[in-house]
Ligand binder design. Structure first.
Ligand code: FES
Ligand SMILES: [Fe+2]
Length: 337
């Protein structure tokens, strides 16, 4: 699916960068092929605007903060977070023309990230209750660019058939390639799902799962939030919950900004943060290697059954079906899926 061809994708929230990155100054981010500047005003409110000064087109992300507003680094024109030019230093006595503005986008903080929607959002920012629950610690895991399509990453997140192969060096059971079945419940915002997956539990995973046995199970209650966010909600037999919130924020048709936060209902003495980062790093590096070997522009056709495992890949089918419906509802007849 070529994300920049499906205009309705502009009407969703995407996690762009940690808000802490904005302390140093305005930052550049490309979302769905649009070059943005993301910044924070003097009252701590976030702004996202086109990264192009309306004077002589300089990138505002190369500018600086000026008394709580954003100044262009070329001639110092100053903008507020609505994109309006509020100061032209060269002519302080002259009224600022009303056309002196840059396009501003929706921008809010949630889970420590600046979320941006390019057009009127159809759905709220995904709701992850553990992000506000004192019984869970929060671990910033990964923030990095991957060279793969956003839908490929989302499909992979609900694909029980890849564990035996992609993750055979970590938790996958190479000799058990028949995937566990999923139960699915479509929702307004995507779907809820449930599956129980037997997994290998090597020594490096024992503190992660809390389970000393060589094999254990993950009871997964995963959620898909249209279009490119998901929650991986694993409960181990020990009661330990390992909840990953991932966003495959679409930079352009062929790359994503991966955001990964982890929530755990245990403490640092049960499992050190670094062990949690190292274990999930090994796993996502396995995913990344295979996803960067896929084609972002492969056809998505809900009638297609060419992949052998598709009959068991109900989440992938439902994801495609819901996206196709969304595109059709919004009059996007030509679906690059
Ligand atoms: S290009 Fe931005 S102030 Fe001139
Ligand atoms: Fe995976």
């Amino acid at each position: 699916m070529l994300v920049t061809k499906q205009k309705v994708l502009r009407r969703f929230w995407y996690a762009t960068m940690p808000v802490s990155h904005l302390d140093a100054g305005p930052q550049a981010f490309t979302l769905l092929g649009e070059k943005l500047v993301v910044w924070k005003d003097g009252e701590g409110r976030l702004g996202a605007m086109r990264d192009r000064c309306c004077h002589r087109t300089a990138q505002l992300s190369r500018g600086f903060y000026d008394r709580g507003n954003l100044a262009c680094g070329y001639h110092g024109w100053v903008y507020d977070r609505t994109g309006r030019c509020v100061s032209i230093p060269q002519q302080p006595e002259t009224a600022i023309p009303s056309g002196a503005r840059v396009e501003a986008f929706y921008c809010e903080e949630r889970y420590g990230y600046a979320w941006v929607a390019l057009e009127d959002p159809l759905l709220p920012v995904p709701d992850v209750p553990e992000g506000f629950d004192a019984n869970f610690r929060r671990i910033e895991q990964f923030y990095e660019k991957w060279h793969c399509g956003a839908l490929r990453m989302m499909e992979n997140s609900f694909d029980n058939a890849h564990f035996s192969f992609v993750h055979k060096a970590t938790f996958g059971q190479f000799n058990q390639p028949v995937p566990s079945k999923y139960e699915l419940w479509p929702t307004d915002w995507g779907f809820d799902s449930e599956t129980i997956v037997p997994v290998n539990n090597p020594p490096a995973a024992v503190r992660i799962t809390g389970d000393p046995s060589p094999v254990t199970t993950r009871h997964l209650r995963n959620k898909w939030f249209m279009p490119f966010s998901r929650v991986f909600h694993a409960t181990y037999p020990t009661g330990i919950q390992h909840i990953i919130f991932n966003c495959a924020t679409p930079i352009d048709d062929h790359s994503i900004q991966l955001v990964q936060l982890l929530f755990r209902n245990d403490g640092e003495t049960d499992c050190p943060t670094q062990a949690l980062i190292d274990w999930d790093r090994a796993i996502i590096d396995e995913d990344r290697a295979i996803l960067e070997a896929t084609d972002a522009d492969a056809a998505v056709d809900t009638r297609r059954r060419v992949e052998f495992h598709m009959a068991s890949d109900k989440p992938g089918l439902l994801m495609r079906r819901k996206l196709m419906e969304l595109f059709e509802q919004h009059g996007e007849a030509e679906v690059h899926a």
